[in-house]
Design a protein around this ligand. Structure first.
Ligand code: 6R9
Length: 658
């Protein structure tokens, strides 16, 4: 490194605030700082700006109906169709030949769907679904990896008013069964397999195994042939090949059904504090308006862009910011099937260069991996097409932020660090890149119209600099409406902690810790419930614990998250062997298998520690904090409230010696 470079590096390391580059601001979608006051003064009517980004079949009468709090309704009386908004209207506006989806498979095959192509495909699959007996409001489960048929199936469902429930392809057979049972879903679309690091992975066998655990009849299973001859499968009686079905319906037109703004668009299962995953319900009008608006204001999406959100559609980020938001705005959205290090660690940068990508939106865990691999990989490619960078999923440490800013953005792209959740539908806390100063490590202010506050345990706002809990005390259009068929759990999970129900004051609690500075910038500190964040994915420790105690030979278990350089957090299992079982490699293998079977590889533990006892408080509660500190190699703090303090040293010694 030359002296000049070294001093530049040192300056970057110390710099705490960054202004958006003039070149970006000049072209940005939203640049007027007055928008914050405007939204506050004109709330909730300000949200008409979001609704105006959509085409409504019937105009709504009311922006916000809060007559039954916290079951808020948005844009009531309005009718629209999400697939019409993502497809037909762009074709009608002359964008038939613009690329809608640019897909690249792991082995290098590419497919481009123009808006015209995509509409045809969606109509043919919508006709297929109808033919199979799918009716409006039937939940269709989509258990698929990153192949174009996934967004096609989502939009086909939306077209006929059948809510989809996408299950992440990396989830296990059990996880599929649990979700299909919870949603009473009788229809499944899946595929034979996909590629990971060059190998053909068998997906259908996993889907079939999952189907065995479904308690009701599944009337039909559609199977996309992704792998051709790479894997041979025979289909069961109720299973049909996707292409065969779609070929029969090629060229058919299917009118988009008129959906009430509050009709369900999709269900998305996410981890919560208890073992059962939560079925988050999103609706057509509010969700679509909100994802379109945030794609416009925060991701600065323009129709002529090539935009790449490198998430998986199996998570909310892919729903909102690969599929619905970008397509509602008529842009070109990219999809990549594989991993970022195949065939080499510059795959992402090769894709950015080849496609002249304007905006890249990814997760801190990926950025930390790129950092570890080294700056020589991005340096091999021309990344000058990039205009804006984004991150999502977990807090980003300033060092990773600055690496991203320098080595990917060439110090000329703003970065949006977007805090939000499956439940919020879209971005909530982030800078607006055409307006705000950026402070690495801090997500930014709450978006206009979003009332984000950091409060103490009593619900009073904390002073700047102090840690507290993040809350939102006004509703917003993209919010979840309830947990599927479980209003009670919806109230309990999100509205109990800080609402004053007697006074009719409703406060949403996302279960994140946070602090706020004098400028109103919020730094999100992480979950305060029993949910851990592994590589940006939410995993319920209770869910993993129940998998572990289901393993023969395990008497009791505690699962916690410990710090991890790349993943942010990693899974640590502490388990007590049952009498007569040795804490040996076989038992450890059994525990790992048990977790893989019930959840999937994302939950694979970093370490399994056997111990004759778990540290417990006098009231018999497992001291998770302590186990977290052991896993992270932190100071253990006060152990005097424990019933069995002696066990702590034993465990710590074991962890250190491994
Ligand atoms: C979109 C998504 C939500 C949880 C959330 C929080 C964490 C997400 C973050 C962030 C700090 C950010 N989280 N974005 N923490 N800074 N920019 O990730 O949804 O899978 O439901 O996870 O992720 O803890 O509560 P989801």
């Amino acid at each position: 490194m030359s002296q000049e470079e070294a001093s530049l590096e040192a300056r970057l390391e110390e710099q705490e605030a960054f202004e958006p580059p003039e070149s970006f601001v000049e072209q940005a979608n939203v640049t007027d700082p007055g928008i914050y006051d405007e939204f506050e003064e004109n709330w909730p009517e300000c949200w008409e700006q979001a609704a105006d980004l959509l085409s409504w079949e019937n105009e709504y009468d009311t922006v916000l109906d809060d007559s039954d709090e916290p079951f808020y309704e948005w844009f009531t009386g309005g009718d629209l169709n999400a697939s019409y908004n993502c497809l037909d209207r762009h074709v009608e506006d002359g964008a038939k030949n613009r690329a809608a989806i640019k897909w690249e498979g792991e082995l290098g095959e590419t497919r481009t769907y123009t808006y015209g192509d995509l509409l045809n495909e969606v109509e043919a699959f919508a006709a297929t679904l109808r033919d199979l007996g799918v009716e409006e409001d039937d939940v269709v489960t989509l258990y698929m990896p990153m192949i174009p048929e996934l967004p096609i199936a989502m939009l086909a469902c939306a077209r006929i008013g059948a809510p989809h429930a996408v299950v992440f392809a990396g989830f296990s057979a059990d996880a599929l069964a649990t979700r299909m049972n919870a949603a009473d879903s009788e229809h499944l679309v899946t595929c034979d397999g996909y590629y990971r690091r060059g190998d053909a992975l068998d997906h259908l066998s996993k889907a079939n195994e999952g189907l065995e655990g479904v308690e009701h009849d599944v009337s039909d299973v559609v199977v996309v042939d992704r792998l051709g001859d790479a894997l041979e499968h025979s289909l069961a009686d109720n299973q049909t090949d996707y292409d065969e079905l779609v070929d029969e319906h090629e060229g058919e037109s299917v009118e988009p059904v008129s959906r009430d703004a509050e009709d369900m668009l999709f269900l998305m299962y996410t981890s919560g504090t208890t073992g059962e995953p939560k079925g988050v319900k999103h609706t057509t009008g509010g969700y679509l308006a909100y994802t379109a608006w945030t794609s416009h204001a925060v991701l600065d999406v323009k129709p002529e862009d090539t935009y790449w959100c490198a998430a998986d559609i199996g998570w909310i980020t892919g729903h909102s910011y690969i599929v619905y938001g970008p397509l509602a705005l008529g842009t070109t959205t990219m999809m990549y099937e594989g991993t970022p290090d195949y065939p080499d660690k510059d795959r992402m940068w090769e894709l950015v260069e080849k496609n002249r990508v304007d905006t890249l939106y990814t997760a801190p865990t990926a950025i930390r991996a790129f950092m570890k691999w080294g700056e020589e990989y991005p340096a091999r490619h021309d990344l000058s097409s990039l205009r804006l960078l984004g991150t999502v999923g977990e807090p980003i440490n300033p060092r990773a932020w600055k690496w991203y800013y320098k080595h990917i953005g060439g110090e000329s792209c703003p970065i949006v660090d977007t805090w939000w959740q499956t439940e919020t539908g879209g971005h909530m806390i982030t800078t607006i890149p055409g307006i705000d100063t950026m402070k690495p490590g801090s997500a930014g202010p709450a978006l206009p119209g979003i009332s984000g506050k950091v409060v103490d345990a009593e619900g009073n706002e904390v002073d700047a600099g102090n840690a507290g809990y993040l809350t939102v005390d006004k509703p917003w259009p993209g919010m979840l409406r309830t947990l599927y068929q479980n209003d009670e759990r919806f109230l309990q999970e999100y509205w109990q902690e800080y609402s004053d129900q007697e006074a009719d004051e409703w406060v949403y609690f996302p279960e994140d810790g946070a602090k706020i500075d004098d400028d109103g910038f919020i730094t999100v500190l992480g979950r305060v419930d029993d949910v851990i964040n592994v590589s940006g994915h939410r995993l319920g420790t209770m869910e993993i614990e129940s998998a572990v105690v289901g393993v023969e030979g395990v008497a009791e278990a505690a699962v916690v998250g410990g710090d991890h350089d790349v993943k942010g957090e990693a899974v640590y299992v502490y388990a007590i062997p049952e009498d007569g079982h040795e804490p040996d490699d076989d038992l450890e293998e059994g525990v790992v298998e048990g977790i893989l079977d019930s959840i999937g590889p994302i939950a694979k533990p970093e370490d399994v520690i056997f111990t004759p006892e778990l540290p417990k408080t006098r009231s018999g509660k497992i001291m998770r904090r302590l186990l977290e500190n052991i896993a992270s190699g932190n100071e253990l703090g006060n152990t005097s409230t424990l019933r069995n303090p002696e066990v702590v040293d034993d465990i710590a010694e074991q962890v250190e010696s491994e």
